[in-house]
Design a protein around this ligand. Structure first.
Ligand code: HEC
Ligand code: HEC
Ligand code: HEC
Ligand code: HEC
Ligand code: HEC
Length: 327
């Protein structure tokens, strides 16, 4: 079967899945009655993806967070703008939705759909199932620090900025090789995502969550032998024929950046507490905050340098320099 035709079939199964998932399943019974063995097989394939996505933080996060209850602090100090990357209803159905709407008695009570299929995909009768946004934006529009990182403020999930190498303070713009020089590349080329795989992780990488509060991802475990699978994709072979060599480089770079992050984290934790009670005009407070910008840029990116090794190194060198003045 041509890939286009295949896409159409999977897409049809997906529409059924989407309807079921968004609570309109009663309307889809007529479609289901026409099921042939072939479409059932394809539907099972699509179901495989649904099962995979349901295991991810993308899917579960918002529901778990809301389940903590309407108490603002318990639900994670959420402001109404926060949910613009966490709730499908806010993103797609009602831009004015407020966090309070999702709690018992609110107009979206029980509608805690997180980052579900329809957040990333749309259905097109000609093209089949396609992305809402393609290329870097498909992931980086959420995986962003929001505004351009500024000296003195902490940075959160800046994977987009890290790959693009958006400079801050004394560190100049330093785009990664993949961003500057490889055509048609995107996050999901390394975080392999296709008709078979939808956990959004790099092959061989699994996340470690806080046992007491699952929404906090505390670390990842890496099986480097398995990571080499990333390069089995046709798109990579031309430049990465020897994938083990690249994996060895990644392993070494992650060890180096990881060690540096660990050392700086001690200073960061220590001085986060100290500066909380200090006069905000104390030069040490400024030095700490500037250092914290460089540090959190790399720390909360979460890739331990893989997204942009040279840039991560430059940021951590600056963090080290600022933190050294605190002694
Ligand atoms: C976080 C975003 C995201 C979510 C959520 C998501 N997908 Fe995907 N999906 C992608 C990306 C990225 C691709 C790869 C697109 C490409 O390579 O052009 C993809 C590809 C696919 C494909 C293969 C299409 C093709 O071109 O070969 C199918 C089928 C699919 N997704 C179904 C689903 C289903 C079903 C769900 C929900 C259970 C889902 N996706 C949720 C991002 C997502
Ligand atoms: C609509 C916003 C949004 C989009 C689009 C999005 N993400 Fe995420 N991503 C999130 C949120 C929110 C979390 C946090 C979930 C959690 O920690 O429980 C997350 C978590 C992750 C994680 C950690 C996974 C885990 O389960 O521990 C990875 C890896 C990831 N995303 C990769 C991607 C990739 C690759 C894409 C593009 C195909 C993408 N994301 C698109 C919002 C998004
Ligand atoms: C060159 C390949 C590559 C590209 C491009 C890439 N990543 Fe990664 N990413 C990785 C690797 C490898 C890791 C490290 C896995 C580990 O050690 O936990 C990682 C780590 C992460 C993490 C931390 C959680 C995890 O899965 O380990 C997130 C979140 C993430 N990437 C999202 C993104 C987003 C969003 C983009 C696009 C803006 C992107 N990545 C682009 C390879 C890549
Ligand atoms: C621009 C999109 C966006 C906005 C706005 C946003 N988040 Fe997130 N959030 C994300 C992404 C992406 C992740 C996962 C990134 C990662 O873990 O590296 C995430 C993860 C989280 C997590 C889980 C952290 C973890 O350990 O993985 C919490 C808690 C959270 N966000 C709370 C908030 C709060 C509170 C606000 C408002 C102040 C907010 N978010 C606004 C995109 C966003
Ligand atoms: C046009 C050639 C080219 C293609 C195609 C290519 N790469 Fe690379 N890749 C490179 C080069 C060159 C480096 C070393 C970059 C550097 O030193 O900054 C690299 C490095 C990497 C790294 C290590 C992290 C980093 O960015 O330094 C990962 C992971 C990676 N590539 C993944 C992939 C994957 C996955 C594919 C296919 C989806 C791919 N590459 C396709 C040339 C390519």
């Amino acid at each position: 079967m041509s890939s286009k035709k295949w896409l159409l079939v999977v897409g049809a199964a997906l529409v059924v899945a989407l309807l079921a998932l968004t609570g309109c399943s009663s309307q889809s019974t007529t479609t289901e009655k026409k099921d042939t063995t072939a479409t059932t097989a394809k539907a099972e394939k699509a179901k495989g993806l649904v099962e995979q996505v349901k295991e991810t933080g993308h899917w579960k996060y918002f529901g778990l967070q809301v389940a903590k209850g309407p108490d603002g602090t318990k639900a994670g100090r959420y402001g109404d703008n926060c949910i613009s990357c966490h709730s499908a209803v806010k993103m797609l159905d009602d831009k004015d939705a407020k966090l309070a709407d999702f709690f018992p008695g609110g107009k979206y009570d029980g509608k805690t759909e997180g980052i579900s299929c329809r957040v990333c995909h749309k259905w097109d009768p000609k093209e089949g199932i396609t992305l809402q946004k393609t290329g870097w934006a498909a992931c980086a529009d959420c995986h962003t620090s929001g505004a351009k990182p500024t000296l003195g403020s902490e940075v959160h999930h800046p994977q987009g900025e890290m790959v693009k190498g958006i400079g801050v303070g004394e560190v100049a713009d330093t785009p990664s090789f993949k961003y500057s020089s490889v055509k048609d590349f995107a996050c999901y080329d390394c975080h392999v995502t296709n008709s078979q795989k939808h956990d959004f992780m790099v092959p061989g990488v699994t996340s470690v969550h806080d046992q007491k509060d699952w929404v906090n991802r505390v670390d990842t475990k890496v099986d480097y032998a398995k990571m080499a699978d990333m390069f089995k994709q046709e798109k990579c072979q031309g430049c990465h024929a020897d994938s083990n060599k690249t994996v060895d480089t990644i392993k070494q770079q992650q060890a180096e950046i990881g060690k540096k992050l660990e050392d700086l984290k001690k200073v960061y934790d220590d001085w986060s507490k100290k500066t909380a009670t200090m006069d905000k005009n104390d030069p040490k407070v400024k030095a700490f905050k500037d250092g914290a910008t460089y540090f959190t840029y790399v720390e909360t990116d979460g890739s331990k340098g893989v997204h942009n090794y040279q840039f991560a190194k430059a940021l951590l060198a600056k963090a080290e320099e600022k933190f050294a003045t605190l002694k």
